[in-house]
Structures are given as C-alpha cells and as structure tokens.
Design a protein around this ligand. Structure first.
Ligand SMILES: Cc1cc2nc3c(=O)[nH]c(=O)nc-3n(C[C@H](O)[C@H](O)[C@H](O)COP(=O)(O)OP(=O)(O)OC[C@H]3O[C@@H](n4cnc5c(N)ncnc54)[C@H](O)[C@@H]3O)c2cc1C
Length: 385
C-alpha cells in the first residue's frame, strides 16, 4: 500500500529531506513537500548579496522543479499539525500522512523589539540584504552599530561576517577612517558553542579592523527618532546606521502543535531527530537540541542538512516497521567565516564531543572563500536542481 510522507518547509533541511526520502522510501510512496513561498533560498549567500557580489536571483530556485525528481510540491502555508489524527492543515487544504518531517525553520520577528522594523536594516532575508547593501553603499555619516537583538538566532558566524563585510566595503570606498563601528550582542563571546579559542580569534579579527566589540549587552528597544539602541539597564548606544539581527521566534503553527517546548521550539532526540510521537521527526532551526556537553546546538544550515539525511533514513526505517531508528546524527558541523574581500576562514568540528565541542579553525585565506563559492554552486545544482 502506498504511504504518504509530508515534508514541511522547503528550506535547507526540507529540500535535503525530500530528496533523500525520494531515494529511501518505496517508489509508490508519495513524498510531498509543502512550503509557503514555493521558493528555495540559499541563505549563506545573503551576505554576498549584501556585499553586492551576488545577484538575488542566483540564490533562489523555484521548488516546483523538484517535481521532476518525483516529489510533489504544494505551495501553501501550514496552519495546523494534528499528530493524533496524522493530519496537516494548510491554506490549500488538509493532508493525511503516514510519516512527517518538520523543517519550518525559525521566523524573523522584528516586531518583538520596539523600533527595530522602523530603524534597522537586516541582511537576514533577501529584501533586507539588498537594503543593507544600499545603506552601506550610501553611508556618509559617523557611526554604524551592528546589533544582535536577542538569542537564539540562526548562523552564529553571520553577524560577525556582516561587521567585517561592512568594514571592508568602507575601506574600499576609502571612507573607513572617519567611521566608528560598534558591535553589541547579548552573547558572552563570539560563537560561544564553538568554544573560547574560536571566540578569541574572532575578537582579534574584529579588533584588527577597529570594530569595537561589546558582548553581554541586552538591547531592549530602539529609539527611532533619537537613533539610539536602548539597552537593559538604561544605557543608550547612538548610531547613524543600525544593521541588526532581529529577534527570532518559532513558527506559530509549531507553538500550537503540542510538539513544542515552553519556548515554542521542538525538542528532539539529538541523535535520531525523533519527537515523542512515532513517525514524526523535526530537523533544523525549528528544533531545540541540547548537546551532550550541555550547550544549545546553534541554528545552522550545516546541521539542518545532516539532520535531514538522518531523519529521511529514520522515516524509511519507520515505514518498514523498524522498532527503533538506527540512523544517527553525530553533531558534525563546519562553517565558513567570511572576512571580506574574497577571504574566509573555516571552522570544522564535532559539536557533540564531550566534555566540550572540538572545533578546529583554518585561518582566513582565499582558499576557503573559493571553497564556499564552489559549495554554493554545488548546493544549487545538487539539492535544488
Ligand atoms: C545571513 C545568513 C547566513 C547564513 N549562513 C550560514 C552558513 O554559512 N552556514 C550554515 O550552516 N548556516 C547558515 N545560515 C543558517 C541557515 O540558513 C539556517 O540554519 C537553515 O536555513 C535552517 O534550515 P531549515 O530547513 O531549518 O529552515 P529554513 O531554511 O529557514 O527553511 C524553512 C522553510 O519553511 C518555510 N515555512 C516556514 N513556515 C511555514 C509555514 N507555516 N508553512 C509553510 N512553509 C513554511 C519557509 O518558507 C522556508 O522555506 C545562515 C543564515 C542567514 C540568515
């Protein structure tokens, strides 16, 4: 009998899960991917859009193309997940499922911080990356603040790369001398999940570029008219241009699904990506995973990709009657750290290592930038053909 597997979300985790499922389940089984935008975006290249070296349409593909690979695609918003009756509601109708993979990501929620939407630009979505590019290109005042509004946010490296891209762009225009760049964040150090050594390297990279780094600060609101970030405790940080990473929140449909923890994210087994409900897996940014060393696993595409492969194998096992999933995700991750001007470093490691994550850093050079360039091309060809 043909079974139906639903994949919710056509981002990084969703497309990988759907493609792997197509290979892993029977040819008569249906694999249906549901996404509200009908587009697959490759977010790591948003920073190149911001830099002006990448056209927006080069990093977006229409999900309909997955039909050629035997995957049914529904463009619609998921509005309900009923695990008791194994049914998903969308604004395009209801669908029953035999197994489910949830990869709905984390939502950007600028509305959670008063003043953010009016006062800040963000490179974290496609329109925002272009607006940030234009704001930097036209900047002719004194001070830029790069701000992480709150935790958690996706891609631990991206805000730091953003600051270094801005520095590089201003140097290229030969206007860096008169401009102050300040970086404020609630984190205790850059990329805490990767350990103190990498944090120190990033801090040194910021200092070498005269970017003032101020960790441990909690922005509460933006005074739009006064052009100031208001911090917990009352301190005000003035800016002429505010480049912000907005608050993130779990999708509302997850908060109401019965699968979420108090914060609204889905806790899963960190190895198998299973939820307490048999046949329901969750992957990527929508999950809350505590690593064996007691740190939250960062929200990053590299993890969503690895988890998608594991969940797809888990679904195939579930449908064939396997009592317990045998496929495991072991916490391997790697990421590039772009420093501007076609140069990048690379961090690789095991985030599930005990007593703490084991992360190795390759110092910045052109090679890692080119490796990311090749990776982007490969990704758009391999997963979103
Ligand atoms: C600027 C930037 C740079 C980054 N760089 C890197 C990097 O270098 N390396 C790295 O590993 N990670 C990077 N990331 C993080 C990475 O993009 C995310 O961690 C990754 O996309 C998570 O995958 P996901 O499948 O969980 O969610 P997403 O890729 O966000 O996909 C979620 C999908 O669900 C859809 N959706 C949401 N709600 C609904 C709904 N109710 N109904 C239907 N569809 C819905 C959305 O349209 C979206 O397509 C970066 C992120 C940003 C913003």
């Amino acid at each position: 009998m043909a079974r139906t597997v639903l994949v919710l979300g056509g981002g990084i985790g969703g497309v990988v899960a759907a493609r792997e499922l197509r290979k892993g389940v029977g040819s008569s089984d249906r694999v249906i991917l549901i996404d509200r935008d009908g587009q697959h975006l490759f977010p790591p290249s948003l920073l190149w859009v911001m830099e002006g070296t990448r056209k927006p349409d080069a990093i977006v593909k229409n999900l309909e193309r997955l039909r050629r690979k035997g995957i049914e695609v529904i463009v619609g918003t998921v509005t309900g997940i009923d695990t008791d009756n194994r049914r998903v509601a969308t604004d395009a109708g209801e669908l029953d499922y035999d197994a489910l993979v949830i990869s709905l990501g984390a939502e950007l929620a600028p509305d959670l911080m008063p003043g953010f939407a009016e006062a800040a630009v963000t490179p974290f979505d496609l329109a925002g990356a272009q607006a940030t590019r234009d704001a930097i290109a036209g900047f002719d005042a004194d001070k830029i603040v790069v701000m992480i509004a709150s935790l958690p946010y996706k891609c631990p490296a991206a805000p730091y790369e953003t600051a270094m891209f801005i520095d590089h762009a201003l140097r290229k225009r030969e206007v860096r001398g008169g401009v102050e760049i300040e970086f404020i964040t609630p984190e205790p150090q850059p990329m805490p999940a990767a350990g103190p050594e990498l944090g120190r390297i990033v801090e040194m990279a910021l200092a070498a570029r005269r970017i003032t780094y101020r960790p441990g600060l909690n922005p509460e609101s933006i005074d739009v008219d006064g052009k100031e970030v208001v911090l917990a405790g009352g301190e005000r940080v003035g800016f002429d241009l505010l480049v912000g990473i907005p608050p993130h929140r779990p999708p509302a449909v997850i908060r109401e699904s019965g699968l979420a923890n108090e914060a609204g994210w889905i806790p899963v087994n960190h190895n198998t990506l299973t939820t307490p409900v048999p046949g329901v897996f969750a992957i990527g940014d929508v999950t809350a995973i505590m690593t064996p060393s007691g740190m939250p696993l960062p929200k990053a595409g590299v993890f969503a990709e690895g988890q998608a492969k594991t969940a797809a194998a888990g679904v195939a096992g579930f449908l064939s009657g396997e009592a317990k999933p045998t496929a495991n995700f072991y916490g391997h991750g790697e990421c590039f750290l772009e420093t501007g001007g076609g140069v990048a470093g690379r961090a690789t490691g095991n985030f599930y290592a005990e007593p703490k994550p084991r992360v190795k850093f390759n110092m910045p050079g052109r090679i890692w930038h080119w490796q990311k360039w090749v990776f982007e091309k490969w990704w758009m060809f391999r997963w979103a053909p």
